[in-house]
Design a protein around this ligand. Structure first.
Ligand SMILES: Cc1cc2nc3c(=O)[nH]c(=O)nc-3n(C[C@H](O)[C@H](O)[C@H](O)COP(=O)(O)OP(=O)(O)OC[C@H]3O[C@@H](n4cnc5c(N)ncnc54)[C@H](O)[C@@H]3O)c2cc1C
Length: 265
């Protein structure tokens, strides 16, 4: 029996795909890297499913790459040695919202916009915004940041706890719900940014924030990059609460003007 047939028995046939379009979608990212197809795409529906597949892959020495939405840019979801692409999109539930603790527990395949839709009902939002609508598992695995990081911090600052399936199939938790803890090693910090190499994230407990009552936006043009940087430093030194700041250089503004028919300096 082929290893793909064994996987179909381990989970269910509909969770295991060798459809050509599906393989193609999991053989690329949003960057410029050449495409390379996995042998198979597997869709776990639970932590137990992930554990089964990871243990199986380890026993049979089959390469395995976790896959969120494939929006990353550095080629790390591309299976250059074939094997299993483990697509976590079926694990996309909000498991628990704790508004009074400013915490939320989610599955890794949930995207940040899906999460923010749910949080809005509670007057809350999740702060990390890398531009792409990525999964929270993928964002943790890449330690994503974005324009809001100047105020709220990067992905590593938001993660309170992760459930992780290690390559040998063992399930661990890397933190807890306490606002501060000094006990044990800082395993959150180790797994966040590990790009799927240390384990598969199957659950995340994340810090969330109240939606500000008012937000103002401003745009300014500077004669040099140094002048722009000096302005940023001055604004931050003055203690004004800044949610986002983004530097757009001359060539980028030129493209913005071209595409939108604008005339920014
Ligand atoms: C237009 C654009 C703008 C961007 N701007 C920024 C930016 O400003 N700042 C920034 O930091 N990033 C930026 N990014 C990158 C962005 O952070 C990543 O694309 C995103 O975090 C990846 O999420 P994903 O769900 O698509 O993960 P994928 O691309 O599917 O996977 C990314 C990595 O995470 C691993 N992985 C995925 N899920 C899991 C899991 N559950 N457990 C373990 N490992 C997992 C994968 O194996 C892979 O190594 C940008 C991307 C785009 C396309």
């Amino acid at each position: 029996m082929s290893y793909i047939e064994q996987l179909q028995q381990l989970l269910s046939p509909k969770q295991v795909s060798t459809n050509e379009t599906m393989l193609e979608q999991h053989g690329r990212d949003e960057g410029y890297h050449p495409v390379s197809l996995p042998d198979v795409v597997v869709f776990p529906a639970s932590t137990e499913d992930v554990q089964k597949v990871v243990t199986f892959a380890n026993e049979h020495r089959i390469p395995l790459i976790p896959f969120g939405l494939g929006t990353s840019l550095e080629g790390h979801v591309i299976p250059y040695q074939g094997g299993i692409s483990l697509d976590l999109s079926m694990m996309n539930k909000v498991l628990d919202v704790r508004p009074r603790d400013f915490l939320v527990k989610v599955q890794p395949g949930l995207t940040r916009t899906q999460l923010n839709k749910e949080l809005k009902k509670h007057g809350l939002f999740f702060s990390v915004d890398p531009g792409a609508d990525a999964t929270l598992g993928g964002m943790a695995a890449t330690n994503a940041s974005g324009t809001t990081s100047v105020k709220y911090g990067i992905m590593r600052d938001q993660v309170k706890d992760l459930e992780v399936v290690l390559p040998n199939g063992e399930i661990i938790h890397t933190g807890g719900m306490a606002a501060k803890s000094s006990s044990g090693l800082h395993l959150n910090g180790l797994i966040v940014g590990s790009e799927g190499t240390l384990g598969v994230i199957t659950e995340l407990t994340l810090q969330v924030y109240g939606i500000p009552e008012a937000i103002m936006a401003g745009r300014a043009t500077f004669p040099t990059v140094q002048a722009a940087v000096d302005a940023v430093t001055m604004i931050r030194t003055s203690g004004i609460s800044i949610a986002r700041m983004e530097l757009v250089d001359a060539r980028s503004i030129q493209q913005v003007n071209n595409i939108n028919g604008l005339n920014y300096a």
